[in-house]
Write a protein that binds this ligand. Structure first.
Ligand SMILES: Cc1ncc(C[n+]2csc(CCOP(=O)(O)OP(=O)(O)O)c2C)c(N)n1
Ligand code: SF4
Ligand SMILES: [Mg+2]
Length: 292
């Protein structure tokens, strides 16, 4: 049978305004490839973003989408899942959006295991506002507001996501189309909160890390180290080392699925509760629970 949708069906008529050489073109291509591979109806997809260069992703897609406020993509995505559990929800934003202003939302969305695929395009800076250090920038990073170098240590987002009980935690690289597609595909297949960090250097402001310089350093931990994502101790150990590559210019950069676990999603728990209490839940019976 001929596939119903091709990649172009997921592209809107809006042309991206990203700079030439931006990593995000690759992420856009990977997303449309995976949507087409899975033949997801565009009207059953909701792609939610915050604000930032990365968050402009929603504009480029011919799916339902919400380009929300800086840091608020997750609560809006949660709302859309709760009102319409048939929607496939993808949240696509930047390191600043998820881990600076939006970090509180991340903790609780992960912990509650909402069924959504959360893609953090990590360029280790606020690019849209012209190069400020973000929570993931390295110590000493010289951004426009840190001319003498950033003072705090970078947040290890993989370790953090595992600690927040995300049930799928992975990392991929914007310079590897195939790896990105495989990881996004696995993230979409996973039932629950799937977190994907995409290493996605900014082609305009980053003077050291580029797609070309990072590319030969990528090591898939599942293939080359036979890392088992079902082993939580091993997953945490691998995540703890995930930033070690910053120590030198040629150290391997680990990518792959660090952790995957199957537990009921928030939406499934709600459905169970509704089923169990369906008969009893008249307004009068609910009122009896309160002394008014
Ligand atoms: C409430 C609020 N605070 C600050 C801003 C300014 N602002 C816009 S984008 C951005 C950071 C974007 O960084 P990131 O999410 O990493 O995306 P990138 O541009 O790097 O892809 C900031 C601080 C804003 N739009 N709204
Ligand atoms: S400033 Fe950087 S992140 Fe933003 S569009 Fe340009 S290359 Fe991409
Ligand atoms: Mg950023």
């Amino acid at each position: 049978m001929m596939p119903r949708y091709i990649t172009q069906d997921y592209r809107s008529r809006i042309r991206p305004t990203w700079c030439k050489g931006c990593s995000y073109y690759g992420v856009l291509a990977a997303l449309t490839e995976v949507f087409a591979e899975k033949q997801i109806d565009p009207h059953r997809l909701n792609v939610v973003s915050g604000i930032g260069c990365s968050s402009r992703m929603t504009l480029c897609l011919n799916t339902f989408g919400l380009h929300t406020l800086h840091g608020r993509a997750l609560p809006v995505a949660i709302g859309s899942r709760l009102v319409n559990p048939d929607l496939t929800v993808v949240v696509a934003a930047g390191d600043g959006d998820f881990f600076s202003i939006g970090i509180g939302h991340f903790v609780h969305a992960a912990r509650k295991n909402f069924d959504m695929t959360v893609i953090c395009m990590d360029n280790r800076m606020y690019a849209m506002t012209k190069n400020q250090a973000s929570p993931t920038s390295i110590v000493g990073y010289r951004g426009s507001l840190t001319p003498w170098g950033k003072m705090s240590v970078p947040l290890n987002v993989l370790e953090f996501a595992i600690a927040c009980d995300a049930t799928f935690v992975s990392r991929t690289f914007a310079g590897s189309q195939q790896h990105m597609q495989e990881t996004i595909s696995r993230g979409l297949d996973h039932r629950g909160f799937s977190f994907i960090e995409v290493i996605a250097p900014c082609g305009t402001f980053d003077r050291t890390a580029t797609l070309a310089s990072l590319s030969p350093r990528m090591v898939d931990i599942n293939r080359e180290h036979r890392h088992d994502p079902a082993d939580k101790k091993a997953a945490l150990a691998a995540a703890v080392q995930a930033l070690d590559y910053d120590a030198s210019d040629d150290a391997p950069v680990p990518i792959g699925v660090f952790w995957e676990n199957s537990v009921p999603t928030f939406e499934e728990r709600i459905a169970e509760i509704k089923k169990a209490h369906k008969k009893k839940a008249s307004f009068a019976s609910l009122l009896k629970n309160y002394s008014l």
